[in-house]
Write a protein that binds this ligand. Structure first.
Ligand SMILES: [Zn+2]
Length: 78
């Protein structure tokens, strides 16, 4: 599986809204791919972040925007 494909599926992956075979392919890819693992970690952080903010409607392209927000939040914390 390619990283681009994994990234497209990441939010569904987190919600377990995918076919079990696909979930497994992605899980295996993430185990071996630090980039996708990092992306997943950021998305998990982002979800907590947005839950805290009680943000419900996620706009288009939110994963990139969220990643930026999370990186900023992490930088500000240090
Ligand atoms: Zn990857």
């Amino acid at each position: 599986m390619e990283c681009q494909l994994v990234m497209n599926y990441l939010s569904e992956y987190m919600d377990k809204g995918l076919h079990p075979d696909l979930l497994q392919d992605i899980a295996e890819h993430i185990k071996e791919c630090p980039n996708c693992e990092e992306r997943l970690t950021l998305l998990n952080l982002a979800e907590e972040f947005f839950t805290t903010l009680e943000e419900v409607d996620l706009p288009e392209g939110y994963s990139e925007r969220v990643e930026k927000l999370i990186r900023q939040a992490l930088e500000n914390r240090e």
